[in-house]
Design a binder for this molecule. Structure first.
Ligand code: UD1
Length: 355
């Protein structure tokens, strides 16, 4: 079985790691295409190095741009790649513009398309990620769902007959890395002059948070008043938008620094008091590490984290303050994201369904 993984943005490299390892173990022929959507080394190369992912076979070097220009450039380049390699499957990951480009190119060329992380929904039609995931699910021949809730969304949209529950591949990689780093306090804690258990970790990068100066100003003001240092792992989009809006990211309790590599992020999060984020992946990582999370959004795709009490949605300054000061969630053994074997299931399903 020969398949092409199309990736381009940070969360996709994390998902690619367990897939690449499972493919190698199963003897599948795996071609990796990097669209170049993310190009800063800390958002891209460091993931390949730390997670043992083979170098991409093709790098499209597309870079930043508006949604149309960025997606269109990828689409044009991917046609040639798919025609050259003639894979049994194109595997599209998650919900970025790279996902949508892979989906449209594959479906137009009649190359079978599988969508990893299918069926997630925020039901917020203003999110670029929501357009990307809905369109990709409906173009796909195989919707590979991470959770039961995602399977239900796919069924509601008439896609049940092409949907398979495989589990969540981000859980696979998280468990592997968590076990390899152990419980040692990461160097970044001392480097930032922090005490374990007495700092918050924050990330903010979504267009809904960063692209309105009013919303961003409100969130920054709220974080600046928290009772412990808040270390903001600043995505380049956030840095650019804050600068444009004249918003200082180093104010009160809030301190901005560069993003961390994946193993450092897990270790840093593990020893924190809590996480405040608008990231989908980090909400789930917080739950898997059993660190309380506050999500600065009006909805989430990972509803299990909320239902189990480990995540709270908060938007205003008062809501954020109340959420980070809440009492500790009840311990749980629930495993809505699987036991860490999703990537093996993906390779098995692709192999079984290859024409
Ligand atoms: C993208 C995805 C989002 C995902 C996120 C993870 C889309 C629509 N969004 O958001 O779903 O959660 O990646 O990080 O695909 N930039 C750099 N260096 C880089 C990459 C980006 O400076 O390596 C800056 C550029 O100014 C660019 C901006 O960030 O214009 C936005 O980048 P883009 O790839 O469009 O979206 P993200 O915000 O990263």
């Amino acid at each position: 079985m020969k398949f092409i993984s199309v990736v381009g943005a940070r969360p996709q490299f994390v998902k690619l790691a367990p897939i690449a390892h499972a493919a190698a173990k199963a003897g599948a022929e795996h071609i990796i295409v990097h669209t170049g959507q993310h190009y800063d080394p800390m958002l891209s190369d460091v993931f390949f190095e730390d997670l043992g992912i083979p170098a991409p076979n093709e790098h499209l070097g597309v870079g930043s741009g508006g949604h149309g220009a960025q997606t269109g450039a990828m689409l044009a380049a991917l046609d040639d790649v798919f025609l050259t390699y003639k894979p049994d499957w194109v595997l599209a990951y998650g919900d970025t513009n790279s996902t949508l480009a892979a989906a449209v190119s594959a479906v137009k060329l009649h190359v079978p398309l599988a969508h990893l992380e299918a069926g997630l929904r925020s039901f917020n039609r203003r999110m670029p990620e929501e357009h990307n995931r809905v369109l990709t699910d409906h173009a796909a021949d195989l919707c590979l769902a991470p959770t039961q809730v995602a399977m239900e969304h796919l069924a509601d949209e008439g896609l049940a007959d092409r949907s398979i529950l495989v589990g969540d591949v981000m859980t696979d990689v998280l468990y592997t890395i968590r076990d390899s780093i152990g419980s040692a306090i990461p160097a970044v804690v001392a480097a930032e002059g922090l005490t374990p258990g007495e700092y918050f970790v924050s990330t903010l990068h979504r267009a809904e948070t960063t692209d309105s100066a009013e919303k961003l100003g409100q969130v920054v003001a709220a974080l600046s008043t928290l009772p412990y240092p808040v270390i903001l792992l600043a995505h380049p989009r956030l840095v650019a938008k804050a600068k444009e809006a004249g918003i200082d990211l180093n104010v009160g309790s809030l301190r901005a620094r560069d993003p961390l590599a994946y193993p450092d992020l897990l270790a840093f999060a593990m020893h924190s008091r809590g996480i405040v984020t608008d990231s989908g992946g980090l909400q789930k990582e917080a739950f898997l590490l059993r660190v309380p999370c506050t999500t600065v959004r009006t909805e989430t795709e990972w509803v299990e984290t909320i239902d189990l009490g480990w995540n709270i949605l908060a938007n205003t300054a008062d809501e954020i303050l109340a959420a980070v000061n809440r009492s500790a969630p009840s311990p749980t053994d629930a495993a809505p994201y699987g036991e860490g074997h999703a990537a093996e299931a993906v390779i098995r399903v692709l192999t079984e369904h290859a024409r």
